[in-house]
Design a protein around this ligand. Sequence first.
Ligand code: FCB
Length: 515
Amino acid sequence: MTAQTRTHQPSSVSAPDLVVAQPRSLPQDFVLGVATAAYQIEGARHEDGRTDSIWDTFAHTPGAVVAGDTGDVACDHYHRYAADVQLMRSLGMQSYRFSTSWDRVCPDGGPVNAKGLDFYERLVDSLLGAGIAPWLTLYHWDLPQALEDRGGWTSRETVDRFVEYALAMHDRLGDRVRTWTTLNEPFCSAFLGYTAGMHAPGRTSPADGLAAAHHLLLAHGRVVQELRARDASLELGLTLNFTVADPLDPSDPRDVDAARRIDAQMNRIFLDPIFRGEYPADLLDDVRHLGLEDHILDGDLDVISTPVDVLGVNYYNGEAIGHEPPAASLSDSVNGGRFTRSPFPAADDAYRHPRGLPVTAMDWEIQPDGLTRLLVRLQRDYAGPAGVALHVTENGAAFDDAPDEEGFVDDRDRTAYVRAHLGAILDAIEAGVPVRGYFYWSLMDNFEWAWGYAKRFGLVRVDYATQVRTPKASALDYARIIATRQLPAPSADASGRVAADRGPGGAGPAAQLQA
Ligand code: FCB
């Protein structure tokens, strides 16, 4: 029996497993939006003074990115930002999370380039004009290559350069942007970039990853201090990406310990310094041979634990962790001819095990209940005691979209994914976690890092040959959720309706926006 047919049962039926599938209301002040990042959408590689970031260099390295794709053009958002803002307006987006490019604003990590600031000023003014609240991220992985050449995030000097860049952004936009987050996913910057070799700059050193993690945290803390001193009314914070590491066999202490290490090296390595002013003791034990403590100078942890207002939560999936390898391991591998290794500096004996859950095109398990558990834990252990507001700043799915002849994608899988994860957030809210908002990743298909254009996460399809944007069924469903503030029951077969009526208002945005 499906949950849908259960809704037709008489209300007197109260079997314990009976789930009555009904629409759920979203809190009126819960903010719904979409997210992107500069390198993934902007293009305009060398325009108006922009110089190369580590991602330009990496993408142009043979074998680093699937199919040799680069962000040289991407979604051409640098030239099409005004239309993209109108697209968001037509879908009813309340907020837009984007990142600014350090290389546009401070080319080579040096003096300020006014033309770079001009672009973000145009973007922010368009957003405000469209009634969309800007949520600005200063660093979404695009370190100036010139700074990497001097040591990158393994060097303390990079922290000073980051502060200069942040202050230049604030000088221009501090009067218009309320929410400023420093970093997106320092785990990926540090450990995919400096330890796993999977992301720019492509280093494969556990010690470098740890040094980078510490300097990223320090850069975050310094910028929060400086911006707070300039304007106490700003909303300041950062975005972390989390896993929910479940021991494969909770009764096996070796699996429990493997899961503990993944949790320490992905989640607590950032949470504890920020919220508690200390690295977790078990993490320090695990990485003692890798030199992290050599980089921690007196006063650093005070800076890092400067109070924040918001914590951005990026959640895609959790994982079952065992101490023995399954078929696919987290350990060393050779990727497109390049050597890559596990991103975890000291967990070479921890392995991810498939649990038989459905997966996305990234092979990531679809596990919305992990998001509920994560939010409850973050609130209980970190955000709640600190009085920090939680926002889900990324969540989304790549699927193998099949457009029709008009470019329309009837992506019921993505629609169901979004609904299920919004439902998981409502579950957390009902459990007492005051989650304030949700940003779907991503507004539109874009350059998915080492996967290039092969993986599509967008609510809006991008035809890269023509740059035509076409909202998918999931975009129209999300627009309807925003407009009605009602989350349909997961089982409701709205996808057929979505495909048929194509939008909240008859012809809907799909038709208008292809032009
Ligand atoms: C996150 C990144 C984002 C995007 C999604 C799929 O880790 O922050 O840029 O690539 O994954």
